[in-house]
Design a protein around this ligand. Structure first.
Ligand code: G6P
Length: 472
């Protein structure tokens, strides 16, 4: 019987350690929920990935058994592999270059050695369970070589690859010393998917120029195979955010927020700590807004959550310090005894708190310098059951191609962002409703289940098309 195998750097569950005891935490990410639907539909399906921390050798057997019960197959990474493959090649080479921040990239050969080694490790875990008739769906930039490695061993197998971060223009991609090898790896797939048409276009152009392959429309001819490249904008688990609106804890959290903030309007900002998210520029825009509009003193506050991430990578640590400094500086200059302009939290929050904030905030400020899609803005929209509230969204986020009723800004233009804040705070309710309604319809219709369905269906079609070409 054929089955579906999902592969991603991280498993949908995370192992955490407290006082030497390991415990499992279900990931709340949209990907885990969306792909969960593939799992339910197919009892045989499997998910391969890293459990998120270094597991001591003596505990591996026990952890594996527990994960296997949930159809999850762990790929354990050593300390060295975490440093060189995950922090190194994935997050100090690919992440900055793909997010147009190539000056942050460190092209270390040792990173590349480990990247190849760990992709091999994933391949071995995969071929131990895969059959030629299976469908394999590989996710994201940590595993760019994997489609090619699998294709070499299982030439007939169906492979889909989806990249969740941007694919940069050829002029950026060509900077990578290992550009041809990376493309060769990705082209092991039958279907290569991105969030936006522009990402797909950049990928096609890089393949044509670097590998000198033939491309026609969204098709690449490579090593006698025909590969399809398309965009599949990812959605969120809309139903989950709708359901949270009626959750008792969420309702209580909203009451608490109301009590704390009274009539002060809240501008919400939620991100993982990352230089691609434009957090500093957003703070600068808020600073300018405070400076140019003293009439909003004690009337508006920025509620800014930064979720800790990759803080073993130097750039992330430095960014955290700079955010601390700027947020503190703004507060020191504008605060009064009863009011802080910036409420800054460096930690993660339970979903019940996030839902309450999404419902409570008059404005949501999502202004990444680059983002493959960005799901926070969709979560805000899904939480606005009264169809009010204003989304300010960066044109550099993939989501801006869909949420065209947001106030779209260039995140490098601090003045424009501060003006957008004023426009959002003054937008008539009628206009808020008109815009929010449109966005809510889109977010609800093109949810994560839809995304999974469309990708898997297309992958099946592509495979059938390839087979019919072969038998002709
Ligand atoms: C982005 C990437 C994912 C990654 C996530 C969290 O969304 O596309 O592949 O899992 O960030 O980053 P982390 O490094 O903690 O896995």
């Amino acid at each position: 019987m054929s089955k579906t195998i999902i592969v991603s750097n991280r498993l949908p569950v995370k192992i955490t350690e407290q006082d030497g005891q390991l415990s499992f935490k279900t990931s709340e990410g949209g990907l885990a929920t969306g792909l969960g639907s593939v799992f339910q539909a197919d009892a045989e399906s499997l998910w391969i990935g890293w459990p998120g921390m270094e597991v001591p050798d003596e505990q591996e057997k026990n952890v594996t058994a527990q994960l296997n019960e949930q159809s999850l197959i762990p790929v354990y990474l050593s300390k060295e592999e975490i440093t060189q493959y995950y922090e190194g090649f994935s997050n100090e080479v690919l992440w900055p270059v793909f997010h147009y921040m190539s000056t942050y990239a460190r092209y270390e050969n040792i990173y590349w050695d480990y990247y190849q080694q760990v992709n091999e490790k994933f391949k071995n875990a995969l071929i131990a369970v895969a059959q030629p008739g299976d469908t394999i769906w590989i996710h994201d930039y940590q595993l760019l070589l994997l489609p090619g490695l699998i294709r070499a061993v299982l030439p007939e197998v169906t492979i889909g690859f989806f990249q969740h971060i941007p694919f940069p223009s050829y002029e950026l991609f060509r900077l990578l010393p290992w550009r041809a090898e990376l493309l060769n790896g990705m082209l092991g797939a039958d279907l290569v998917g991105f969030h936006t048409y522009d990402d797909a276009r950049h990928f096609l152009s890089s393949a044509a120029r670097i590998l000198q392959v033939q491309t026609a429309s969204n098709n690449i001819q490579y090593n006698g195979r025909s590969i399809v490249v398309e965009s599949f904008p990812m959605g969120i688990d809309n139903a989950k955010f709708e359901a949270l609106i009626d959750n008792t804890q969420v309702k209580q959290n909203i009451l608490n927020l109301r009590e704390t903030f009274g009539n002060v309007h809240i501008i919400l900002s939620i991100d993982r700590l990352d230089y691609s998210k434009g957090i500093l520029q957003r703070l600068q825009a808020f600073d300018l807004f405070m400076q140019d509009h003293p009439e909003y003193k004690e009337k508006v506050s920025l509620y800014m959550i930064v979720v800790p991430s990759r803080d073993t990578v130097t750039q992330y640590r430095e960014l955290r310090d700079e955010i601390d400094k700027l947020a503190g500086n703004i507060n020191a200059r504008y605060r009064t005894n009863n009011w802080s302009p910036v409420n800054y939290f460096y930690r993660s929050f339970p979903i019940e708190n996030l839902s309450a904030l999404f419902q409570f905030a008059d404005v949501c400020l999502v202004t990444p310098m680059r983002d493959g899609m960005n799901l926070v803005c969709k979560e805000y929209v899904a939480s606005r059951k009264n169809n009010d509230g204003v989304l300010i969204l960066s044109e550099m986020a993939g989501a801006s191609k869909e949420l065209t009723d947001a106030l779209i800004v260039n995140p490098n233009n601090v003045l424009q962002m501060s003006q957008a804040i004023v426009a959002a705070l003054n937008m008539p309710l009628e206009e808020q409703t008109r815009r929010m309604k449109q966005m809510r319809e889109l977010v609800s219709k093109y949810n994560v289940m839809h995304w999974v369905r469309v990708f898997i269906e297309r992958l099946g079609e592509v495979k059938r098309m390839q087979q019919s070409l072969l038998t002709k």
